[in-house]
Design a protein around this ligand. Sequence first.
Ligand SMILES: [Zn+2]
Length: 67
Amino acid sequence: MGMLMAKKHIGEECVICEQTKWKGIYLYTSFICTDCEHDLISTDTSNPKYKYFLKQLRKITNPEIFS
Ligand SMILES: [Zn+2]
């Protein structure tokens, strides 16, 4: 019975692939799935794909200045 209750958790939306995933890490307040985390680490900075990651990550790091 308790196990059914636990099913309420439906995962998190990854900020990079924008899909709902179960496993991943939190960067600031945003979720990055393990697939994207791995991609991000293994992608060379000269790879065009890296720019896409940075663009997606900018949504997280978009600075909000608290004065
Ligand atoms: Zn992802």
